[in-house]
Design a protein around this ligand. Structure first.
Ligand code: KIV
Ligand code: ZN
Length: 380
């Protein structure tokens, strides 16, 4: 039996907070509709109190999508929650995401509140949000650095006030996978009333561990993962949606699945990257330009003989037409013959030896030998 993990996409909220990634409402609607097609369960559409533009985006996205829950972020502040409630009034399924920081550092140096005051404010915020929507998610900001026993008390209070989802953010990307997994396990086992709420991961990538931490969270009982397309987000970014989804798909022994329509991953990645003017690094897992490109002779020979020798994902499963055999000075004869065949040439073994020597001369002078260059060699 496999368990569903809900995908909570925050590209339009945590992702859009990145300098330079700002979108106007019309652009956000386009992305929200693509996210709906992709099959995400929840779209975090914005932080309505933050600006009239963000308020409007939450309103318009609520009107534009049908299946996903539309979520609006607030601080644990009455006015924020009132504005979010108003922004969500057209949502077929609306969720308010409210909360505050819980770590000792944030309590002392940011909020200047006692541990008990934080618990009171958490209860108040959730109870107030319940006046607008049934579905209220509570976030314990900097939960990654919050003492587990205290965090459990905060979660308990949030559940008592009516929280349906408990978000446990590793806001600063501090945790190691086993620490984060332990945290989720501790909450799953020690929070009274936890059966009434879903535990959610929300991991940042400061140490490059956001994906690993989210998966460890799910292994230990979280049933919602918060993530963004291409992993965009504050500083080093958020958990990449495409990575956690493909991990759960490629590792069936985890017993976890999502409803994501994975062949759309590549095109939505490109669309978000273009609209937000945020390039994707070529070696990015799943959606980078080189994710299915092979350039060294040994790998090329292996892939040509049997794709799975060097690929654990069928590129078609993520919307990439085919694996690429890239010709460089590290390529071998098998790769040159393979690319020649695609161009309609099938040289004999002896002909190939001659072409290959000429190919190496050319390849040493350039980063990549393209079809045009290869044709010149084939016709020589
Ligand atoms: O990283 C974080 O803690 C957040 C919360 C506002 C959910 O983005
Ligand atoms: Zn965040």
């Amino acid at each position: 039996m496999s368990d569903k993990v809900q995908i909570f996409d925050t590209t339009l909220r945590d992702g859009e907070q990145v300098p330079g990634c700002k979108l106007v409402t019309e652009e956000k609607i386009i992305i929200a509709k693509r996210l709906e097609e992709l099959g995400v369960d929840i779209i975090e559409a914005g932080f309505p109190i933050s600006s009239p533009g963000d308020f409007n985006s939450v309103v318009e996205i609520s009107k534009a999508v049908t299946n996903p829950t539309v979520c609006a972020l607030t601080r644990a502040v009455e006015k924020d929650i009132d504005v979010a409630g108003e922004a969500l009034k057209f949502a077929k399924k609306g969720r308010i995401h409210t909360g505050l920081a819980t770590s000792a550092m944030h309590r002392e140096y940011k909020l200047r509140m006692t541990a008990e005051q934080v618990i009171e404010k958490a209860s108040f915020a959730v109870a107030h949000a319940k006046k607008y929507v049934e579905d209220v998610e509570f976030y314990a900001e900097d939960a990654g650095r919050t003492d587990n026993e205290y965090l459990a008390r905060v979660c308990e209070a949030a559940i008592k006030a009516g929280a349906t989802v408990l978000n446990i953010p590793d806001t600063t990307g501090y945790c190691l996978p086993d620490q984060y997994g332990e945290k989720i396990k501790y909450l799953a086992e020690n929070v009274t009333g936890i059966h009434k709420a879903t535990l959610s991961t929300h991991c940042h990538n400061d140490l490059g561990l956001a994906t690993a931490n989210s998966i460890y969270g799910a292994i230990n009982g979280a049933r919602q993962i918060e993530c963004t397309i291409n992993g965009i987000g504050e500083r080093a970014g958020n958990t990449a949606l495409e990575e956690v989804v493909m991990i759960m798909r490629q590792q069936p022994d985890l017993g976890l699945y999502t409803d994501i329509n994975t062949p759309l991953l590549n095109s939505i990645s490109k669309q978000v990257s273009e609209m937000m003017q945020m390039p994707v690094q070529p070696n990015k897992a799943i959606v980078g330009d080189n994710a299915f490109a092979h350039s060294s002779g040994i790998h090329q020979d292996g892939v040509i003989k049997h794709r799975e020798n060097y690929e654990i994902i069928d590129p078609k499963d993520v919307g990439v037409d085919h694996s690429a055999i890239v010709l460089t000075a590290r390529s071998g004869r098998a790769a040159v013959a393979y690319r020649a065949k695609l161009l309609g040439y099938e040289p004999t073994k002896d002909e190939l030896n001659v072409i290959y020597q000429a190919f190496l001369q050319v390849a040493d002078t350039m980063k990549e030998v393209n079809d045009e260059e290869l044709l010149k060699l084939l016709k020589a």
